[in-house]
Write a protein that binds this ligand. Sequence first.
Ligand code: GSH
Length: 243
Amino acid sequence: ATSCDTVVNVIVQPLRESLNSLGFEVYPLKIGWYNAVVSQAHQLQYSADTLALVVLSTPSMFEKVFLPFLRTGCCKGVRDPVDQCVAQTIKSCVSECLPDQSVDITFDYEMLPNRKPKFLAQTAAHVAGAARYYQPSDIQDPPWGNKKMFGVCIHPRLGGWFAIRALLVLKSVEVGEALQQVAPPNCVSSRDARIELLERFNLCWRDWTYRDIIPTEERYSPQQREYFITPPDQRGELLRQWG
Ligand code: GSH
């Protein structure tokens, strides 16, 4: 196993280092792990052994990359500054660190013509071992009965203070048996805590307390909270206030 782990690390390490320094995290997975758990409609059209990477933003991305991006002023009149900034950053790291690879990059906000997301970000993070996806179906006899509840990913060190940003597929890299799947840490383990998590996420999403369901190493700064809590169409005004 180690020889191919090494191959993965050799390929991935430069990209990981450069994205880590900008407040992102990178986790490898095989396409087969993802396809094994999603429906027919969400299958990704690559062979099962194809190497993919899921990219998360951590709290420091905001200060390290997004505020400097705003200061360049090139986001004036841009509709989606966060998405643009993240996309630009990831693309430039990929072309710098994987210059000889053919990489398909899909961002979390990209939709198919039928308006379904191009990939299920929480599932990708889960199968990569990055953050555990807690779903209502994990809970027996839930107190909310048949009410539709959404699942949410919790990261072992960041709780809910992160966002899944992209899936990178290294089209010509097949990793076979050697990349071993690791389960995401089960950091919200009791039935009661899982119920609490899903209730916070679904019923009082806007207070963000679900993000603190476990103690975390980092969380969003007051400025970052203010930015993300402001509806996107009012952020322009906020930026003018910030000067
Ligand atoms: N599309 C807008 C933009 O690009 O500026 C809005 C982007 C946005 O606010 N995205 C949210 C986000 O990044 C949803 S993923 N939130 C951080 C978080 O929820 O942790």
